[in-house]
Design a protein around this ligand. Structure first.
Ligand code: UD1
Length: 429
């Protein structure tokens, strides 16, 4: 298993280009199952998760061609026919979002057998809303031995689906299934995350009729078939937010490019409140900080446009060196404070009670061996290490590779002392 070693204390200076959003790319790839024509995705991130989903799609009948030409990283997905409508436990267990192939498979073939994803490191993460949406759209759903057996031999039909609370995955899943359903669908209480608008834009380019994405009511009029299209993946707001926090932590001046600052307004306001320089441009944002100590500020995670849960761990790392006490409230996922004991190994003072963490700013952190536990938690350790005295070694960095492309390269280009230590083969969890 690879490790990442970081020697802290160097300010960052330079540009960091932001890639396409992982969380969007994997749903867009699933959308490729809905048509027998090629779907061309540009601005594609090259990540462990996208590779993994690609391998699953190939088993279902998708031909995948990747290229990295002058127009940037591109993936062509072509599924002339679905050759298998089966996604095994081993495939879905390794990446939860693989479950989102279920809706497109039912929509295109009328049946599917897909493993339930099971729990994961950041909580139980059930899929009840996914299944109730597909049921409302007319799929007959049976659960046996950890598998979803779904049937809709005469196709799906439009429905009015009311979500009791915001779920990104369930809203996307319902949208992916409803575009080929007969008649009208209304999704009420839909998630408003930018990745949903991106998925709707791609589906519309393929000939779907989706309106209202980005608001809490999405309307879909089903069509009988979708075509190929070319679509550019939206910038990764979590990658952008992570490097913004990294620059704030290390100090210096870093310009984040190839992105949209409006996607992380909630974070930029908090950085500004803490005393970080935030300068917005049409294609990105410049983050700057001189040696002055940051102010402790409170955050609470919320659905978009609130503070993203996927930036909570990173912001907490920043607050470990702030002046005063910061309160971090996690409202989206249970058990999403797994980074706390690892940050404590670096000298942070944090106490957790239920969904609330109190971070008492300390004068300095010190490098140590730490363990990555999940994707966002692991990058918070890298951020803390950038400002820690001495060397930090982050173990189990395969978590990082799921969602951050060339992380050590991007940070090194700005002067950070970061290197990857190659290890033995990666585990498959
Ligand atoms: C997606 C993102 C993840 C992000 C999260 C919230 C992807 C691949 N992942 O995850 O990075 O942190 O949105 O912005 O896009 N829930 C249920 N039943 C369901 C579905 C969800 O109870 O059927 C609960 C979850 O346990 C959680 C809450 O709803 O407490 C929100 O989860 P959801 O928005 O669905 O997150 P994901 O789509 O899994």
């Amino acid at each position: 298993m690879d490790q990442i070693a970081i020697i802290g204390g160097t300010a960052l200076h330079g540009n960091i280009p932001i890639g396409g959003a992982k969380n969007s790319a994997i749903k867009l790839m699933a959308a490729g199952l809905l048509t027998d024509e090629p779907l061309i995705l540009t601005n594609m991130p090259r990540l462990r998760d996208t590779r993994f989903l690609g391998a699953l799609l190939q088993r279902l009948g998708t031909r995948i061609t990747e290229s990295d030409g002058a127009s940037g990283p591109q993936t062509v997905l072509h599924t002339p026919e679905i050759t298998s409508a089966y996604a095994s436990y081993d495939l879905v267990r390794q990446m939860r979002a693989s479950f989102n192939v279920l809706g497109p498979l039912i929509a295109r073939t009328g049946h599917a057998k897909v493993s339930l994803p099971g729990g994961c490191a950041i909580g139980a993460r059930p899929v009840d809303l996914h299944l109730s949406s597909l049921h409302a759209l007319g799929a007959h759903i049976d659960l046996h031995e950890g598998y979803v057996y779904a049937q809709a031999p005469r196709g799906l039909k439009g429905a009015r689906i009311k979500f009791p609370f915001s779920s990104v995955g369930a809203t996307e899943h319902a949208m992916l299934a409803a575009v080929l359903a007969r008649g009208d669908t209304e999704l009420i209480g839909a998630a408003c995350e930018p990745e949903l608008s991106d998925l709707a834009a791609c589906l519309n380019a393929m000939g779907a009729k989706v309106s209202g994405a980005g608001t809490s009511t999405i309307r879909i009029t089903g069509v009988t078939r979708l075509t190929g299209a070319t679509h550019a993946v939206i910038p990764d707001r979590i990658e952008m937010g992570t490097y913004a926090v990294a620059a704030a932590m290390a100090g210096g001046v870093v310009r984040l490019t190839n992105t949209r600052p409006d996607l992380i307004d909630a974070l930029l306001h908090k950085l500004d409140e803490a005393g970080v320089g935030v300068d917005r441009h049409p294609d990105g944002v410049t983050i700057s900080r001189n040696g002055a100590r940051l102010k402790a500020v409170e955050i609470e995670t919320d659905p978009y446009p609130g503070f993203p849960t996927d930036l909570q761990a990173q912001f907490m790392a920043l607050m470990t060196l702030a002046d005063g006490e910061s309160v971090v409230r996690e409202t989206i996922f249970e058990n999403r404070f797994m980074h706390v004991p690892e940050l404590s190994r670096l000298g942070a003072e944090i106490t957790v009670s239920g969904g609330e963490a109190r971070v008492c700013g300390v004068d300095r952190l010190e490098g140590a061996q730490v363990m990555a536990t999940d994707l966002r938690a692991s990058v918070s350790l890298v951020i803390a290490a950038l400002a820690a005295r001495g060397e930090t070694v982050v173990n189990r960095v395969y978590h990082l590779d799921r969602g951050f492309e060339r992380l050590e390269e991007k940070l090194s280009a700005c002067g950070a002392q970061v290197r990857r230590i190659k290890g033995s083969a990666e585990p498959d969890d």
